[in-house]
Design a protein around this ligand. Structure first.
Ligand code: AMP
Length: 440
């Protein structure tokens, strides 16, 4: 039987891989200019990192985390019928998102000493969620994101949103193709009372809402705003509004974020039903969709001032966002924008006589060392089929080495576009080809 990839996973190769590489390289340039350094954390973390960080009541933690056990541990679990006997360090999961692990790392490695300067990090990593696979929803997907720890100023919230929108533009979205929605979810001072109001509202409307929402009323009532059932979302339109429930500090913070966004000329819509799926958010939250597209949110984030403490660190404010590569690729494809760009051009060295194989070997090596992507034949093909292969590989130039060329101390340089040929001195050819590649 032919081997198959796991359900909900994708292979990245060819132009799809180039698209991912482009997302990473654009992120590297932009985020570095904004003062962010790259980080990579392990794909596996102790389950407790996600439970503390993301929240026990979230769908991500309750239903979607892939748990990881070695074979020996798994045997023990089967024998005993539970994992109760396992030590915390033996309970591992694949990361469903980047923030909890990065905050764990910041706490463990004391990135943010008390009173120290903020730490600004960005990442490009695969994430794993046991969701039902469908278009734009995978079990292994890729996110680019950033985390900013130690900044409580509303200017940081605004900057985070501004750099996100700038990133989308660099990937090829026009500002009018995107819808940015923002909201404030309050903080530890005002959210508990608001949560209680929403809980009471759901219970008052229990006969109109789905079982999941009734369960959410106790666990995580604000998630009812985000229910998959359209009917529940309609009912929730009449629920108490968060802006009425914000304490003075949260209201002032939110107002200041909007003032900064206005000053930066960033268009946004306020959506009081915007609640993000993870428990750790406080105050500002935001999400970005593509206007008229069915791919869903392509990115989102917000402030998480309590998260560092939840991961065992000193109270430290934080904020960040994550964008999803696969959905961005789908959305740009729908818009007819190429993220991958063209295939890289190459030079091809053709061998017109088997006795010259070593001369070809040396020329290929010199070209590669000069930074030219170079190919040649490794299967003793005829000259005709080598030229065909050069064409297939998209070579822009072909360098032909034959007995006549070697006798004349030169190489035939063939322009694959115009088919024009000329003799170039062997000593000059590498320099000429290299400079035509760097100027292309
Ligand atoms: P979240 O961490 O849920 O806020 O997601 C941030 C972004 O990651 C979303 O806006 C999506 O673009 C992307 N994303 C989240 N879950 C998935 C998934 N299962 N498959 C593909 N992309 C996803």
């Amino acid at each position: 039987m032919q081997a198959q990839r796991a359900q909900g996973t994708e292979d990245l190769y060819g132009s799809y891989m180039r698209s991912w590489q482009r997302m990473v390289s654009e992120a590297e340039q932009l985020f570095s200019d904004w003062g962010f350094d790259m980080i990579e954390t392990p794909a596996m973390e102790q389950v407790s990192t996600f439970v503390h960080g993301i929240g026990e009541s979230t769908d991500v933690v309750r239903k979607e985390m892939f748990r990881v056990y070695s074979g020996a541990l798994l045997e023990g679990i089967f024998e005993r019928g539970s994992e109760e006997h396992l030590k915390p360090r033996q309970r591992l999961a694949l990361r469903p998102e980047g923030t909890a692990g990065i905050v764990r790392s910041a706490v463990e490695n004391t990135f943010v000493p008390q009173g120290g300067a903020p730490v600004k990090l960005w990442y490009a990593m695969p994430m794993f969620r046991g969701e039902r696979p469908q278009k734009g929803r995978l079990r292994q997907f890729h996110q680019v994101g950033l985390e900013w720890l130690g900044a409580s100023d509303p200017a940081a919230d605004a900057e985070c949103i501004i750099v996100l929108m700038e990133y989308f533009q660099r990937l090829g979205f026009a500002p009018e193709q995107l819808r940015l929605t923002i909201n404030s979810m309050g903080d530890a001072t005002c959210r508990p009372a608001y949560r209680e109001q929403v809980r009471a509202f759901i219970l008052d409307h229990a006969d109109e809402m789905c079982d999941d929402c009734i369960e959410r009323a106790e666990l995580n009532p604000l998630r009812a705003f985000d229910c998959k059932s359209e009917h529940c979302r309609e009912v929730m339109q009449a629920a108490p509004r968060v802006t009425q429930a914000l304490c003075d500090e949260c209201a002032a913070h939110y107002a200041q974020v909007k003032t900064y966004l206005d000053a930066a000329g960033v268009a946004y819509e306020e959506d009081e039903t915007l609640v993000r799926g993870l428990d750790y958010y406080t105050r500002t939250v935001f999400e970005v969709e593509v206007v008229g597209s069915s791919v869903g949110a392509i990115g989102g984030g917000g402030r998480y001032d309590g998260l560092v403490e939840l991961e065992g660190g000193k109270p430290t404010p934080g904020l960040g966002f994550a964008v999803g590569f696969e959905r961005i690729a789908l959305a740009l494809e729908e818009l007819g924008v190429s993220l991958a760009g063209d295939e890289p051009s190459c030079a091809y060295v053709a061998c017109a006589d088997p006795s010259l194989r070593e001369a070809v070997f040396s020329l290929v090596l010199e070209l590669r060392r000069a930074g030219v992507r170079t190919e040649c034949d490794y299967q003793a093909r005829s000259l005709k089929s080598q030229l065909k292969q050069a064409d297939k590989l998209g070579a822009t130039v072909c360098l032909v080495l034959g007995p006549d060329e070697v006798a004349a101390g030169s190489v035939t340089l063939r322009d694959m576009g115009t088919h024009e040929q000329r003799l170039v001195a062997r000593g000059d050819v590498v320099g000429q080809v290299a400079s035509s590649f760097t100027s292309a």
